[in-house]
Design a protein around this ligand. Sequence first.
Ligand code: TXA
Ligand code: MG
Length: 351
Amino acid sequence: MSAQILAGEEGISASVEILREGGVVGLPTETVYGLAGDAFQSTAVARIFEAKGRPLTDPLIVHLPETEWLDRVVLFSSPEQRQLVGRLASAFWPGPLTLLLPKHPDLPDLVTAGSDRVAVRVTAHPLFQEVLRRLGSPLAAPSANRFGRISPTSPLDVQIELGDRIPLILDGGPCEHGMESTLVAIDAEPHENGEGISLNMSILRPGPITNDQLIQYGHVSVSQRIVNSPGSLLGHYAPTKRLQIIDLDIKGLIPNLQIGSYGYLAFTSPPQGIVKECPALEILSSTGNMEQAAANFYGALRRLDQTNVDMIYAEALPEQGLGVAIMDRLRRASYGSNHGTGHQLHGNLQP
Ligand code: TXA
Ligand code: MG
């Protein structure tokens, strides 16, 4: 089987038909492509796990047709909690923010891998929204890659990852953000004086919505190291080739790369020696624009992975704004290459 790639009305109606019958399809979102199935049909949800080769212990994000659907999939502990979450949702939805909240018992347990919390978001992608509107049911949708691999940011990426396992990919062109949504666990804590509650947000996966944007809605904490729990596995987003992060903070120095053939992932302008000699070079943004770098990131990594180089060197990016999310993905991509240490390669630089 090879998945059909369809655009426009033809693609939308074919997607809805397949989803209604409990099938799965590749759909575009503003972050990365998702592999979608009706969240209220357990067989559809099981098909998602099967197609991705994802362990049943790793829960799926539920994409809501609109914010009002929160009350059908989330069991709020109090009207105050509902109100605070509603405020947060109306600030960032539709958009690349996923909220981890108490699960409603009506939602099949398979979606959340038996967890009593559910991850929800409303995507801003007009094609995904139209499919949701016509289906009239939320869609469970993880990124449309095989488990542990690079997330797809174009229909062809989905075809490469899952083309032999799914019938259809809805063509929405390249993804706007190119980086998965920010995943935030929400807790509502009573105030110390006993009057009212406030939101505690814990960022489990950095993404397009940054810490600074969230801070005006409550207390934000950020995990300082890569968390190894279901949902944030260390070896995720990985190319098949070895990947090393290099710290090029001293401009003009060329890394002493003792290897015959390597690919190089540059942030802005790579060192001259690299430009002359490297057989596979990708530049994320020649102007140093972080949004552009994020949008190009997975595609560049995928292209480097498809060349015949022995390994990939990737420049560390400044960890500000979206740079936090990109570095999080780079560290995970390099994890297996570093014998489980997750450490960056510093130094080893020569003039
Ligand atoms: O931008 C995105 O979030 C994309 C698009 C398609 O919406 N989706 C996405 O899904 O990245 P996925 O499954 O590849 O990553 C979601 C992460 C996973 O690491 C998953 O384990 C975690 O969120 N997650 C989902 N539900 C959870 C839950 N109930 N508890 C803890 N972690 C959860
Ligand atoms: Mg994923």
